[in-house]
Design a protein around this ligand. Structure first.
Ligand code: PNS
Length: 165
């Protein structure tokens, strides 16, 4: 049997978070219950043009995650796996909502495993109430004046309305 204290398990939860939704929050809560430390890592350079600059994406995440002591918000540039290794992470956490997410996530997880084999990608399922929710759809709804209440935290709803309303 292995001896000595177990090392704390650090997980990185990467994403665009443009903006954070209640689906992301659901996953953060689940991750925070399982891992010793959860770093929510906001990708600075996105191929897609973000609606919110990275500073605002981070501010919103910090505001809505402050109650979890083992959750931190950070920004990363470049390769996710280089960042995760620098943070001494053992895990990359990703959410899978539906079968449609699986193919992309599988490709990314396999590629990431090739880059740093020691870091495991772990998938978690958000609550079923969020299985249809995405930042992209929330932004589209907000632009078109649709209902976004209950899909994002109130602070994000305010900022979205101010941005596109
Ligand atoms: O929220 P998203 O847009 O699904 O997040 C995708 C993200 C940011 C996690 C992914 O694009 C990523 O890891 N980007 C960093 C660059 C990188 O490491 N690319 C190689 C992926 S195999």
């Amino acid at each position: 049997m292995a001896s000595g204290a177990r090392k704390p398990v650090i997980a990185v939860y990467p994403g665009s978070f443009d903006p954070v939704t209640n689906g992301h929050l659901d996953l953060i809560e689940r991750g925070a219950m399982i891992f010793d430390q959860l770093i929510v890592a906001v990708a600075r350079n996105l191929e897609k043009d973000p609606l919110f600059p990275v500073k605002e994406r981070v501010e919103m995440l910090q505001a809505v995650t402050y109650e979890w002591e083992n959750v931190q918000v950070d920004v990363f540039d470049g390769l996710l796996m280089n960042y995760a290794r620098d943070q001494n992470a053992r895990v990359v956490l990703r959410g899978i909502r539906a079968v449609s997410d699986y193919e992309y996530e599988l490709q990314m997880a396999m590629m990431n495993r090739k880059i740093v084999p020691e870091i495991e990608t772990i998938f978690m399922l958000p609550g079923e109430a969020y299985s249809f929710l995405s930042s992209r759809l929330v932004k589209e709804l907000a632009r078109l004046g649709g209902p976004i209440k209950g899909l994002v935290p109130p602070l994000v709803e305010e900022r979205l309305r101010a941005k596109v309303g």
